[in-house]
Design a protein around this ligand. Structure first.
Ligand SMILES: NC(=O)c1ccc[n+]([C@@H]2O[C@H](COP(=O)([O-])OP(=O)(O)OC[C@H]3O[C@@H](n4cnc5c(N)ncnc54)[C@H](OP(=O)(O)O)[C@@H]3O)[C@@H](O)[C@H]2O)c1
Length: 341
């Protein structure tokens, strides 16, 4: 594709204040800043799609974690795909499409060792942020490597219409699960899970207690729970898991904006008698699975056995709002922001 020259300045999103509870607009600032010319080993990238992800909420708090917190008054970062406009790095040329970690800005000057080339002809660019990217690998590694999915397993996944959850449910079916149940936050999402993604059952967790709806959907209990939500979902799953059941603790989005400790799960002691295994996971630990993941998922995409959705928000200036909408559940599938031009 034809590349324009880089402008002298471009916009980036800064964290203006640390949110207390739900983030508000004034926690974010849209700032015009100089575009830095790449030095040796660097590339300048015009971002085309930005990823907004739930883990970014944790980075807005000033607490030690597995990723450092965002700094106040500095640009935020996160997954992005875009086009190289200038290169001082071997192996990268203007026009190359790349995946890298300096999102939340229009132009990024990136250490080329932190960028990987992607093929826009093999898959649309946003796929490298979702189904073939970080969230896809989270689903694949979480379900198979951490959860140890076995043929015949009865599986429950929360956040099931989201980027990670929608892949977990479908991969579970493809790998021979005997029952796949999903929970999501709207009737439309629930219908999509059953009608398009092949889930055996799904329910809206806002309609009635999760415990009751899960018992109805999986009357004989479950073997494996993939947790994206925490709280009452995790409590219901602990109740429904059978002896030697497993739970993959991937996320706890129900508590990311809470200012008090969660009220559930209250039944953790059941894990003793049932000899449950509850295991936390981080996608970063599973980079070695990437080639296998890409090969298998690309095959399913090609054959049409795996479906995926993106919710695309247009306009760089809407990035903060897109992030908030992700936390509010506006998205189905991967939430991405498409930049102009
Ligand atoms: N451990 C790791 O390495 C790793 C990596 C990636 C993601 N994650 C975690 O995986 C989970 C899913 O991430 P994702 O990127 O795929 O996001 P996503 O599911 O595409 O989007 C977030 C979804 O969470 C749901 N949600 C929001 N508040 C909720 C609540 N109080 N109760 C239940 N559901 C709620 C919303 O859907 P509804 O309409 O259904 O409410 C929303 O669409 C998150 O917890 C994230 O932190 C972990």
């Amino acid at each position: 594709m034809a590349e324009q020259a880089a402008p002298a300045t471009a916009r980036e999103w800064h964290l203006a204040a640390r949110p207390q509870g739900w983030p508000v607009e004034s926690d974010f600032a849209l700032v015009e800043a100089p575009v830095r010319t790449p030095g040796p080993g660097e590339i300048l990238v015009r971002n085309a799609y930005l990823s907004v992800d739930p883990y970014m909420r944790g980075r807005m708090n000033d607490v030690p974690s597995y990723v450092p917190p965002f700094q106040l008054g500095k640009p935020m970062d996160g997954g992005a795909v875009g086009y190289v406009v200038a290169s001082e790095a071997e192996g990268f040329a203007p026009g190359d499409a790349v995946l890298h970690g300096l999102g939340w800005r229009e132009y990024a000057t990136v250490d080329a060792r932190q960028a990987v080339k992607v093929d826009p002809a093999a898959a649309p660019l946003p796929a490298y942020l979702g189904v073939l990217g970080m969230t896809g690998l989270t689903a694949y590694a979480g379900l198979l490597a951490v959860g140890g999915l076995k043929e015949g397993d009865k599986v429950f996944v929360s956040g099931a219409a989201g980027a990670v959850g929608s892949m977990v449910g479908q991969i579970a079916k493809l790998k021979g699960a005997s029952l796949v149940v999903g929970s999501a936050g709207s009737a439309e999402k629930v219908a999509k899970l059953v009608d398009e993604y092949g889930f055996d059952a799904a329910f809206n967790y806002k309609d009635a207690p999760v415990r009751e709806q899960l018992a109805q959907a999986a009357p004989d209990g479950i073997d494996l729970y993939f947790d994206n939500v925490g709280g009452d979902h995790l409590e219901a799953a602990i109740g429904a898991l059978g002896v030697h059941g497993r739970a993959v603790l991937c996320g706890a989005i129900a508590q990311y904006n809470e200012t008090t400790a969660p009220a559930a799960p209250r039944n953790l002691a059941l894990a003793i008698g049932k000899r449950l295994r509850l295991e936390g996971m981080l996608v970063g630990d599973h980079a070695a699975l990437r080639p296998q993941f890409v090969a298998e998922v690309a095959g399913w995409l090609k054959s049409g056995e795996l479906r995926h959705a993106e919710t695309v928000v247009d306009g760089f200036e809407n990035t903060a709002e897109a992030f908030l909408d992700l936390l509010r559940g506006v998205n189905t599938g991967k939430m991405v922001v498409r930049l102009d031009g």
